[in-house]
Write a protein that binds this ligand. Structure first.
Ligand code: PBG
Length: 327
């Protein structure tokens, strides 16, 4: 034999030398759940190790992460039912706890990168991402709400707004709204290919944001479709997106791959709540070697072509990266 691939696997030094893909804490965005109040840390049953925090404790969490080299966060608000309505008006109150906390994080940690969620569902009494009329999601009635929401977030100091609602034309609408308000430097990470997935379940528990009727299939994508992701990507790029995201990550590695091949923008992937829950649960039961499976999962998302990964594993990964126990 003149070719023996095993020679390049002979020792850990050689394996590391020829390793094609690395995950670093800098590649990760850590999603954090925010609630109103003080001194609150409310665990999420379906996401062991993840909690909803009030402003004071989210600052502590961020400090711990920054010390580990995780400097990017996406913040999701869990809003009380009594504050929800059809038009998501609470999102536009500049004194609301979400915008207040964004300002406070930026004051304490000016160098962190903060990403927002631009969608109606955390604030909507219908639990949908768009404006609802007669049981239908009205696309063009939703756009101005998203535009206003994004401008409020930019005003509070958000670096990257993240439209996650899958309405048509939202990236262009939000870009124009931001520019008109003077926020030309606020970036847009579009949830370009967001699938109508069963893997969002634990997230909806965390925010109590499940739809009050029906499902999200008239706006989120059909898991069967890949060409359609390219169509969405082309639109988002032409409307001014700065990043394209695929969500969920694991069942959609092929979609991450085609977007990476067909665009020059950074590609992000959202390793969603259900993917986190699945691995945690199997690990707790002793059915899988969690310590090895977790970095393998992140590596596979990177290898598929993601430059950036939004993941609930971020802090834990960075901790183990620091200890040198990942690779
Ligand atoms: C909604 C939104 C969802 C997630 C992020 N933004 C859920 C949904 O579309 O119902 C899911 C994230 C996760 O599951 O980790 N705007």
């Amino acid at each position: 034999m003149n070719s023996r691939p095993r020679r390049n696997r002979a020792s850990s030094t050689i394996r590391r030398m020829v390793s094609e893909t690395q995950v670093r804490p800098e590649d990760l965005i850590f999603p954090l759940f925010l609630i109103d109040g003080k001194g609150l840390e409310v665990p999420i049953a379906s996401m062991p190790g993840i909690a909803r925090y009030s402003e004071d404790l989210i600052l502590k969490r961020i400090e711990a992460c920054v010390n580990l080299g995780v400097n990017s966060f996406v913040i999701f608000p869990a809003v009380e039912d009594s504050l929800k309505d059809k038009e998501a008006t609470y999102a536009m109150r500049s004194d609301n706890f979400y915008l207040r906390t964004i300002r406070s994080i930026k004051q304490h940690f000016p160098d962190v990168c903060l990403m927002s969620d631009v969608a109606m569902d955390p604030y909507s009494s219908d639990g949908h991402d768009g404006y609802v009329e007669n049981g239908k999601i009205i696309n063009d009635r939703t756009l101005p709400i998203l535009g206003r929401m994004a401008v409020h977030q930019a005003e509070a100091g958000i670096d990257i707004v993240g439209p996650s609602d899958m309405m048509d034309g939202r990236v262009g609408y939000i870009r124009k709204a931001l520019d008109d308000a003077g926020f030309t430097e606020t970036a847009i990470m579009s949830y370009t290919a967001k699938y109508a997935s069963a893997y969002y379940g634990p997230f909806r528990d965390a925010l109590d944001s499940a739809p009050k009727f029906g499902d999200k299939k008239t706006y989120q994508m059909d898991p069967a479709n890949k060409r359609e992701a390219l169509r969405e990507a082309r639109l988002d790029e032409s409307e001014g997106a700065d990043y394209l995201m695929v969500k969920p990550a694991l069942c959609y590695l092929d979609v991450i791959h085609v977007l990476r091949e067909s665009s020059h923008l950074p590609i992000a992937a959202y390793n969603v709540s259900g993917e986190y829950a699945m691995l945690k649960a199997a690990g707790e039961k002793g059915w899988i070697n969690y310590d090895r499976a977790m970095p393998e999962m992140l590596l596979s998302i990177k290898r598929a072509g993601a430059d950036v990964i939004l993941t609930y594993f971020a802090e834990e990964f960075a901790q183990r990266f620091r200890e040198g126990s990942i690779y």
